[in-house]
Design a binder for this molecule. Structure first.
Ligand SMILES: Nc1ncnc2c1ncn2[C@@H]1O[C@H](COP(=O)(O)OP(=O)(O)OP(=O)(O)O)[C@@H](O)[C@H]1O
Ligand SMILES: [Mg+2]
Length: 361
């Protein structure tokens, strides 16, 4: 009996997307099914290029064809992605998702997380931008080793737009490109909001899967207006295991959930979760406490997106301007990549639940 396309599609109805909890045919992820004798090929279009379950889904597809259709089939699956989005308005039409990285407390590693998340998503094939909106202490230009660069200006349809500076595959705009590092920036709320709006709107971002926004610390008025000024897909809250940081993280989550703000919280990241000395990579010392972030995530009903160890090389990487996620196969790189994958998954779930996921070819 010759294999038919219909048989292949029916077989693939047995393969579920584990996050979206529907089969990949119903989700419209299967394209270009071709059958030539025993040679079967098709494409699976995932909702993010950073999908950590990519290999698993691919194997499930191959197995489904062999099991439900024919053991003799030779299956070629092409895995691609079309990042889901709820945004199709006039604001930043090429940007599919805007994700804020925030913390209640300062100095917990927000910028470190934002940079490594951005570089990690780019490493996995996503188109990524990073906006450093921390007017009080911009750092993205340092963490990506572009502090001596200046965004160029281009004219697009009569508008002057900034061209983000690119480093490690990430398009970057930072307040740091425009302010003197020695000068303490003491802007008031409306100016901060205006500056953030300009970094977002008066820039030539092109097509982006994810635009990461590194916010200044806090849950005050300025912060609230910054958050409300941006059409966010979701927010990530960074905390250390310390109780003071966790209490502020909880305030941060509450702020995003205020009816006037109403931004989905993608989850919590626990930074400096444990200390690991370079010479004893297997050892974990819980110097700031243990278990608090897990408990907070549970209490607030949000995922724990990742736990990042306190290691000297993360700090050094920030100073030399090469994100630690690029230190291949180290515990810190693995932790940051896992975080990036989890963020991508949560974004896909938020978009799917919004029910208005734009499917763009
Ligand atoms: N996991 C880590 N291991 C080692 N050092 C870290 C880690 N996370 C952050 N750091 C270091 O801690 C310092 C503060 O981190 P970072 O600047 O990312 O915090 P922040 O929350 O953005 O601070 P601010 O509130 O001032 O914006 C930096 O020197 C950074 O390199
Ligand atoms: Mg910062």
């Amino acid at each position: 009996m010759a294999i038919t396309k219909e048989q292949i599609i029916d077989a693939l109805r047995n393969v579920d997307d584990p996050d979206l909890k529907k089969d990949i045919v119903t989700l419209g992820m299967v394209r270009d099914v071709e059958v030539n004798g025993n040679d079967v090929s098709f494409t699976v279009v995932l909702t993010t290029p950073a999908c950590p379950m990519k290999d698993m889904i691919q194997r499930a597809c191959e197995n489904a064809v062999k099991y439900y259709v024919s053991k003799e089939a030779t299956v070629k699956v092409t895995m691609t992605a079309n990042t889901s989005s709820q945004r199709n308005g006039p604001v930043l039409p090429g940007v599919r998702n805007i994700i804020a990285v925030s913390s209640g407390k300062g100095g917990v590693g927000k910028s470190t997380i934002a940079s490594n998340l951005a570089a990690g998503l780019a490493l996995q094939g996503a188109k990524v931008g990073l906006v450093d909106a921390d007017i009080y202490g911009p750092s993205a230009h340092i963490m990506f080793d572009v502090m001596h660069e200046q965004p160029k200006l281009i004219n697009v349809n009569g508008r002057q737009l900034m061209v983000p500076v690119e480093s490690y595959g990430v398009k970057i705009l930072s307040i740091g490109f425009f302010t003197d590092v020695n000068q303490a920036v003491a802007w008031r709320g409306p100016m901060a909001t205006k500056a953030l709006n300009q970094l977002l709107n008066d820039a030539d971002w092109g097509e982006l899967d994810y635009l990461i926004v590194d916010l200044p610390p806090g849950t005050g008025d300025i912060h609230l207006s910054l958050v409300s000024a941006v059409p966010l897909t979701g927010a990530i809250v960074v905390s250390t295991p310390q109780n003071v940081a966790l209490a502020d993280a909880q305030k941060g989550i509450a702020m995003f959930r205020m009816p006037t703000v109403n931004v989905p919280v993608l989850g919590i990241v626990e930074n400096m979760a444990w200390f690991t000395p370079a010479e004893l990579p297997e050892n974990k010392y819980y110097i700031f406490g243990k278990g608090g972030a897990v408990a907070l995530a549970e209490k607030m009903g949000v995922p724990l997106l990742g736990q990042i160890p306190l290691v000297q090389s993360i700090c050094e990487a920030g100073d030399v301007g090469r994100p630690a996620v690029l230190q291949q196969n180290t515990p810190q790189a693995i932790a940051f990549l896992e975080l990036a994958g989890n963020v991508a998954r949560q974004v896909a779930m938020v978009n799917a639940n919004a029910g208005t996921t734009a499917v763009v070819s």
